[in-house]
Design a protein around this ligand. Structure first.
Ligand code: NAG
Ligand code: NAG
Ligand code: NAG
Ligand code: NAG
Ligand code: NAG
Ligand code: NAG
Ligand code: NAG
Ligand code: NAG
Ligand code: NAG
Ligand code: NAG
Ligand code: NAG
Length: 407
């Protein structure tokens, strides 16, 4: 009888600890060796136009390589190429690449090792006068739109000074030669990662060794209206045979991104298959200050995916992809209806997206939340177990006291 009870207690404890370890034990140990090079193989007499550069980030796995290429010739673009070889290399025919004279001037060799490629291109910044304060460009009258800023026509800061080899980041700022950009710029910060983790800065997206991150911000741009709001248009170029969709996932845990309980992800799956091969993932939040506090968060919203007929004007995309392409685009608009704060109040807005291979990372419960759950569930359990033990010991003691006189 008593051994049965002890067994029960042990199995309850086993289940509790097992569950806790299960939560804690899902740590992701996958790593890549990351290296960054600027303009791979560029030698005189080939020279790039001022401010233009091509950054190659190699993420070496045990039996594969994940290449990221970032380029600001034309609209800024990030190309991701996954190969099943550790020897794959980027080959650029520089004269043709500089001249945009032929597609196929940038290759990842051997081409037979390429498993998946896709590119993300930032094409336009839209500005509209939100007189009705809907924060929704789709509800705004056509007349309230200003001419969009075409990112393909921007001039950029020099890439050589902004590549950081030690923390695998690249920063790129650019603008137009107009009044609006006199004191302002649009900036992109690219980061590659060797292993799983989160950046300290909000939204602290959960990255891993198969992902990279782009933070985009508009700083100090003079708005053209008093009630101006902005939207960012981006396009994704991929091989045909894949289809895209945007999913919204919910989470009950907002520990890393306060007050945000959703994650949006634009995933690419082969036609007729449910497997996900690549993704762009973001949280629907933008920040109105470079170092945000809670009050500076503002929701953002994405439009429907639309098919785009023309390949975007990005030197990188035009040089890499040869045929059988498909391009989809969407807009991310910043702000929420009836929000009294417009862009002109802080002259700043930033938004962050992860670009990666395979299934997008999911938020798992943090150690803090697990401890809270464990204490919340564990305390009543411990009371029940201790109570049971106490009753059992008292029963035994009273039994022995009953039998004592017979001895
Ligand atoms: C490549 O390595 C991964 C683990 O890192 C393993 O799961 C996979 O089977 C390997 N693939 C091949 C083709 O060897
Ligand atoms: C680039 O194109 C220009 C005109 O289209 C041509 O004159 C020049 O020779 C080309 N340069 C190279 C390196 O192909
Ligand atoms: C890499 O993938 C190609 C097909 O995409 C395949 O033919 C080749 O055998 C693979 N190589 C390795 C080392 O798995
Ligand atoms: C404001 O809302 C009204 C009514 O919905 C609409 O007719 C009008 O076009 C809107 N104005 C702008 C500038 O969007
Ligand atoms: C952008 O540049 C293209 C050529 O590169 C030119 O045709 C177009 O007019 C420019 N657009 C703006 C708004 O300057
Ligand atoms: C590169 O990043 C490291 C770590 O964040 C930082 O300490 C260093 O100052 C950076 N270097 C440059 C040149 O910005
Ligand atoms: C740019 O900054 C200068 C000095 O800070 C200021 O005088 C000027 O008015 C600003 N221009 C715009 C368009 O904001
Ligand atoms: C990253 O991708 C490689 C190759 O597809 C895969 O073996 C590995 O499990 C992935 N790691 C993560 C954390 O998704
Ligand atoms: C913006 O507001 C100022 C003062 O509030 C006003 O003088 C100006 O005309 C407004 N500009 C526009 C474009 O509405
Ligand atoms: C996908 O499935 C449909 C119908 O099930 C079929 O007609 C089509 O050919 C399939 N496409 C591919 C790429 O397998
Ligand atoms: C983005 O929004 C603008 C303005 O509403 C629209 O003209 C454009 O087609 C949109 N782009 C995409 C890719 O949906």
């Amino acid at each position: 009888m008593s051994s049965f009870k002890a067994n029960c207690i042990f199995s309850v404890l086993f289940v509790v600890f097992g569950a806790a370890l299960g939560f804690l034990g899902n740590g992701d140990t996958f790593r890549r060796k990351v290296s960054v090079e600027l303009n791979p193989g560029l030698t005189p007499p080939s020279v790039l136009p001022p401010g233009v550069g091509l950054v190659h980030v190699r993420g070496l796995g045990l039996n594969d390589t994940l290449h990221f290429l970032l380029c600001n010739s034309g609209a800024p673009a990030l190309l991701m190429v996954h190969t099943n070889s550790t020897e794959s290399a980027v080959q650029v025919e520089w004269p043709a690449f500089i001249n945009h004279s032929s597609s196929g001037s940038l290759k990842v060799e051997p081409q037979s090792s390429v498993q998946y490629s896709s590119a993300l291109v930032f094409t336009r910044v839209w500005e509209y006068d939100d007189v009705n304060n809907t924060a929704d460009p789709q509800q705004a009258a056509e007349s309230s739109f200003y001419p969009p800023y075409e990112l393909q026509n921007f001039t950029w800061s020099d890439l050589t000074v902004s590549v950081n080899q030690s923390d695998h980041t690249v920063k790129l700022c650019g603008g137009e030669k107009t009044e609006s950009f006199l004191n302002g710029s649009l900036c992109l910060q690219f980061s590659a990662f060797e292993s799983e983790g989160r950046e300290k800065a909000w939204p602290s997206l959960h990255h891993n060794a198969n992902s990279s991150q782009l933070r985009v911000w508009l700083d100090g741009v003079t708005p053209r209206g008093n009630d101006s709001r902005f939207a960012l248009e981006f396009q994704s170029v991929g091989e045909s045979g894949f289809e895209g969709r945007v999913d919204i996932r919910s989470s009950i845990d907002d520990e890393y991104t306060p007050s945000i309980f959703k994650v949006s992800q634009w995933v690419a799956s082969p036609v007729n298959s449910s497997g996900v091969w690549g993704y762009n993932q973001w949280k629907p939040v933008a920040y109105r200050k470079p170092e945000p506090v809670f009050e500076d968060a503002t929701p953002c919203k994405h439009s429907q995916l639309v098919s785009v007929n023309r390949i975007p004007r990005s030197g990188l995309v035009q040089a890499y992809f040869t045929d059988d392409l498909q391009t989809y685009g969407l807009n991310i608009s910043f702000g929420i209806a009836k929000d009294p704060v417009f862009y002109s109040d802080t002259k700043y807005v930033s938004w962050t997206v992860l670009v990666g291979l395979g299934e997008p990372p999911a938020d798992s419960f943090s150690t803090l939340i697990i401890v809270i759950i464990a204490v919340g569930l564990g305390t009543p359990l411990a009371i029940i177990i201790l109570g049971g033990l106490f009753v059992w010991i008292r029963k035994r003691m009273s039994h022995s006291s009953v039998y004592e006189p017979i001895n």
